[in-house]
Design a protein around this ligand. Sequence first.
Ligand code: PLP
Length: 400
Amino acid sequence: MTEHSARVSDVSFIDMEESHTSGVYAKRQLTIVRGEGAYLYDEAGNRYIDCVGGQGAANIGHAHPAVVAAIRDQAGTLLSCPEIFYNDKRALLLEKLTQLAGMPRAFLSNSGAESVEAALKFAKLATGRKGIIAAMRGFHGRTMGALSATWEPKYREPFEPGVPGYSHIPYNDLTAAEAAITDQTAAVMVEIVQGEGGVRPGDGDYFRALQALCHQRGAMFIVDEVQTGFGRTGKMFAHQHYGLQPDLMPTAKSIAGGLPFGACLIGERVGKLQPAMHGTTFGGNPLACAAAIATLDVLVNEDLPGRAAALGGFLMERLGDLPTRFREKVREVRGLGLLFGIELRGKVAPVLKALQERGVLALPAGLNVLRLLPPLVISKDDLEIVAQAIESVLAADTTA
Ligand SMILES: Cc1ncc(COP(=O)(O)O)c(C=O)c1O
């Protein structure tokens, strides 16, 4: 047994959670109690290099001092302020966010799925149409509208019938899009890199042609940047790699430094939305807005998108030849910036466990893909340690 597996944390919290938790999450035998930068700590004080990154919510690192200060300050000033009133922090955030996105307006929400729901509803309002086209292997969240757009049958089928009017087309396939988009299509929704679907980047030419097709046929072009946004792929937003202009852009995860928050950016083609067409109690709350302002400042001032591009390049240089070096175990390595995936020939679960034993926490994307989503503040030295840990796990006989 390695040092890390021997230091599994106090079981009492695990037992307490197990007794009362819903049961919908497959959990690891690890109780995380603290985070700092790109490190997580269990209750015994063991340190892990974090390549889970809050499932994409920790781009600026854990407990960033600027966000901690903004939250502390706002918590003592005003927590709750529904959007029937204007608010100083909300106004400042909206100005900053829309400027960074190059889109004029935004609806503020509390999660990725809510941002996606907003995009789907706004597309229907803007076009008067009902059809939603999403991509095979796409993931958009678990609420009914977002779930209906999500491809994975295991997530979707137990809750059928979904929302009517949804269909799925092969990703990165323009011919399929040409055949599917009609005068009944309200929107086509894609991810620039399919995150949950296996870390699969699409082609710039495909996205540009898809956007043009949406314009020609009067449909809204939705780019789901919930996972790819806020520097993750090496640009502030992944669509900026290809000069795209989405009509609607759901975001969330890292927008507020780890606090639950989201925003659906709204483009010119959507037009003005009418009061009472949508809303949510906590949307645009001053606490999350203050955290988001601080987060966006950190992303810009520390050039974290640039850092993600450079470190993603390093990781690709370092691990890009795994399919050659570990031919029987690795099928492909792919990614964009620090959204990095290693497709294995076997199951990813034993690899994740072995990495945890070596002090590295990582994610799956489906059954076979090892996904790395480190905070963008991670050091190159720590990424080198992660690369060595992956090599050592692949070299060991324990992986299938
Ligand atoms: C691309 C994408 N869209 C939407 C969501 C849903 O976000 P949330 O879990 O905050 O509802 C996710 C979550 O992983 C995602 O990756």
